[in-house]
Design a protein around this ligand. Structure first.
Ligand SMILES: [Ca+2]
Ligand SMILES: [Ca+2]
Length: 237
């Protein structure tokens, strides 16, 4: 039943897109037809069109917000100078640089920061840059620069978050989900895996609804009482 309604919705959206593409207005198709069914169908399509428009508007706003946030990342704090390493800490011009916790530093990175042709762990990429001139962007907090970029290449969001593994019952309160007292921050998109095991790929919050009340293990980055999950019950986000 759920699938059938979804299919009808999708057909309506595709029909609207096709009509828009062909330059046919919804108004022209339905307004001159006295038939009741056509009138109801017209209202439904109009409603779908409004919903579609609102979703598009939301996505555009979010994309603008993200673009603004990323533009701002390079115009916050910046240090340029010789990159050094001492007693487990990296420095530029005597300023301590925080690149992330142990879990993140042992993570294989997607950019070749030291330019040796290999994608290594963050730690090894950074060690490969020691002694060279670098530019580090980020946020200066208590005389430590929390890095977002090195030599213009993106590392991570400049938030001092730590990697944690939580185990407990997933609770749902006012539309939000919690585990072990942490609020779970979910991506606003379709799930790539079937986390609740109901045989369907749903939106992330629907998957979590299917897990609410049961015991789960969630790992990810924790900050300010929130967790941004990397895995739910061992399944990647
Ligand atoms: Ca490398
Ligand atoms: Ca599911």
């Amino acid at each position: 039943m759920k699938r059938y309604v979804l299919a009808v919705g999708l057909v309506a959206i595709i029909a609207i897109a096709a009509m828009a593409g062909a330059g046919i207005g919804i108004k022209n198709v339905f307004e001159n037809n006295g038939d009741d069914n056509a009138h109801h169908a017209g209202n439904m399509v109009k409603k779908m069109a409004r919903m579609h428009e609102m979703t598009e508007k939301k996505i555009r706003t979010r994309m603008h917000e993200m673009a603004r946030m990323h533009r701002n990342l390079l115009s916050m704090d910046r240090e340029e100078g010789t990159f050094s390493y001492e007693n487990g800490m990296f420095y530029v011009n005597g300023i301590a640089i925080y690149f992330g916790d142990a879990w993140w530093l042992n993570h294989t990175i997607k950019s070749d920061y030291d330019g040796d042709g290999e994608y290594e762990t963050v730690w090894n990429e950074l060690l490969g840059l020691v002694g060279s001139n670098v530019a580090v962007n980020g946020r200066l907090v208590n005389e430590t620069l929390i890095a977002s970029h090195i030599n213009g290449m993106f590392l991570r969001m400049p938030v001092k978050a730590e990697f944690v593994e939580l185990n407990g019952v997933i609770e749902q309160v006012n539309g939000s989900f919690y585990i072990d007292g942490y609020k779970i921050i979910l991506p606003g998109r379709m799930a790539r895996s079937d986390y609740d095991g109901d045989g369907m790929l749903e939106r992330m919050h629907v998957e979590l609804q299917g897990l609410a009340g049961s015991v789960a293990t969630i790992d990810g980055y924790a900050f300010n009482g929130k967790i941004k999950p990397l895995h739910i019950n061992g399944i990647a986000i």
